[in-house]
Design a protein around this ligand. Structure first.
Ligand SMILES: [Zn+2]
Length: 252
């Protein structure tokens, strides 16, 4: 039974991943509401229905457009594969609970946020707004976090980020700040701090790496959104365990 459900969740996740690819590609271009069918960005040829299967089609086509043989980024099947694995992953982590649905929804939206921020250095407001129903649902689904801790979480990271960016121009983008307000409510203040710690380590590490490779100059902007997204997802899935582990180190 477990394998049967997992297999269906894998297929469902792959389809959601395919949708996330469309969101990431179209949302920054403001063309999201256009009814146009998926087309090849190189030759504008409409993609045939049998070439639209998640993961499988990319492999079958050898990563190339059927019409013009332009290379199709391996990011597309990787996003689909990630979401495909994520759906049963959420089910294993949280079981047959609303928590599973919320964790999956939040994680795929954060994936879209991270990819768009990497591509464009912007976090679309619409994706932050899309997180709000899930954050509201978490009040019931993750009821071990009391409402006041969520209220505190709303400002724990977002307000210091806001103050910092008022002092140092461009320290954080407005999108980062709004994202951490909503995620703060979603997680409650404890896990919001966990999320931010993870983000600082990842974001700092990545900045050093990029400067070291001379891909970026010092003072140049580096998208912080992806680190925030990974931190938030890690805190949502494992935050309580991480806090316990950390306090355990000090015998608390
Ligand atoms: Zn093409």
């Amino acid at each position: 039974m477990g394998i049967y459900i997992s297999a269906w969740l894998f297929v469902f996740g792959a389809c959601i991943g395919s949708f996330i690819n469309v969101v990431v590609y179209r949302l920054p271009k403001k063309a999201f509401l256009s009814k146009a069918r998926s087309y090849c960005p190189a030759c504008n040829e409409t993609i045939r229905w049998f070439d639209l299967f998640p993961i499988v089609s990319w492999i079958a086509l050898g990563g190339k457009c059927r019409a013009c043989k332009a290379r199709i980024s391996p990011r597309y099947p990787l996003v689909e594969l990630f979401c495909a694995a994520l759906a049963p992953g959420c089910f294993w982590r949280f079981g047959f609970e609303w928590q599973t649905l919320i964790a999956f929804g939040v994680a795929v939206i954060l994936l879209a946020v991270a990819l768009i921020d990497l591509d464009t250095m912007e976090i679309p407001d619409s994706l932050v707004i899309a997180l709000i129903p899930f954050a509201a649902g978490a009040v019931w689904a993750f009821s071990e976090v009391p409402l006041w801790e969520r209220g505190v979480g709303f400002v724990t990271v977002s307000v210091p980020m806001l103050l910092l960016s008022l002092g140092i121009e461009g320290a954080f983008g407005g999108g980062d700040i709004k994202l951490m307000a909503v995620c703060g409510f979603l997680l409650g203040w404890r896990n919001t701090l966990v999320a931010f710690m993870i983000a600082l380590i990842l974001g700092g590490g990545r900045a050093i790496y990029l400067i070291f490779l001379r891909r970026k100059k010092r003072g140049e902007h580096i998208a912080f959104g992806p680190a925030l997204c990974i931190g938030t997802a890690a805190a949502l899935f494992f935050g309580t365990d991480l806090v316990r582990l950390y306090l355990g180190l000090y015998g608390l």
